[in-house]
Ligand binder design. Sequence first.
Ligand SMILES: [Zn+2]
Length: 184
Amino acid sequence: MTSVSLDVLQRVAANATEIRPGDREILTRQLGRDPRGLVGIGARCACGAPAVTITYPRLPDGSPFPTLFYLSYPWLVREISRIESSGEMVAYNDRLAADPEFAAGHVRAHESYVARRDLLDEVPEIAGKSAGGMPDRVKCLHALAGYALAVGPGVCPAGDEALAQAGWDPNVCHCSSDDDEATA
Ligand SMILES: [Zn+2]
């Protein structure tokens, strides 16, 4: 497994931290699979549980992996899904078409995403590709919210807005409510 220093991780994302004991187990539970290519945690729940993964742009099996930030935190995944299915996706894309400042922010977010990933490795197969529909669409709010959570506000406007709509509060832990629902 490629190991990445905390200094590099925090240039990739301001909120990044190194992998701690127990993180992989929690992520495997959250994702329902092994977190392949994991190099760091992009953001955490108030309790310390991982909320966003940082994945190396080439997986251990050699395949390119464009999704640098992946939202793993079950409560937020669910809230974002609720927003996506409520028709908000149309509103986001309408706003990209109508609001030049919002659209320019989305393009800048795209460029920043690629530059951050290139700090880990420049993988030719995914050069210039980002995630979530950037630079010109909003296709996956999970990808944009995970990105915004890891890098902090002001980088990805659509992701910032999705987090606000979801009622994300870095001081509140929703992990136990997930356990309740999982066993209900
Ligand atoms: Zn928690």
